[in-house]
Design a protein around this ligand. Structure first.
Ligand SMILES: [Zn+2]
Length: 177
């Protein structure tokens, strides 16, 4: 068990998800009574004198005000948003490039709306053209990930006991807003 892995879901006092914390920090928050364990994992931390249960979900005792989590715009997060799928041909791969929908040379900017995952061959084929010019329609319109996306991005699998606390809208956690 990696104590520094972000494996504990942190809820605000009103039960809305705030983010993830490490096992080490989550246990400390419960021990110093900043937070209560809402559900426990199956793990224990061993100290010389006792076994400390490791929570899976904790809730802060006091409501905090915090801006909603934001994902930084970078290659890795664009690929994650697009589920490592080329947005032109649908190829799934771990070695995709990031394509500017409107090419940079044509004033296309670095933004969630203008960056998509693309395989090497689609990227090369599209070249300096827009999808319309290239006749290569996008499979979905790129958009900024919802504020909860970063929770699911951090983990390959979301533990089942977290699901009641993670709103799912439109059947997709990734694009929920
Ligand atoms: Zn492709």
């Amino acid at each position: 068990m990696n104590l520094n892995a972000p494996r504990i879901l942190v809820l605000n006092a009103g039960y809305e998800p705030l983010g993830l914390t490490t096992i080490r920090r989550g246990v400390v928050l419960v021990q110093n009574e900043t937070a209560d364990a809402v559900t426990l994992s199956q793990h224990f931390l061993r100290t010389p004198s006792r076994r400390v249960p490791v929570p899976s979900v904790i809730r802060l005792r006091r409501m905090i005000r915090r801006p909603l989590g934001r994902l930084s715009l970078n290659r890795r997060n664009v690929l994650r948003r697009d589920l490592f799928t080329c947005q032109y041909c649908g190829l799934k791969s771990s070695s995709l490039t990031v394509d500017h929908v409107v090419p940079k040379s044509r004033g296309g900017r670095d933004s969630w709306e203008n960056l998509v995952a693309a395989c090497h061959s689609c990227n090369t084929r599209k070249g300096d053209r827009t999808p319309e010019e290239a006749g290569m329609p996008l499979r979905r319109r790129p958009a900024a990930p919802g504020y909860l996306a970063w929770i699911t991005f951090e983990l390959r699998e979301v533990p089942e006991e977290w699901l009641p606390f993670l709103p799912v809208r439109g059947g997709s956690r990734i694009y929920a807003d």
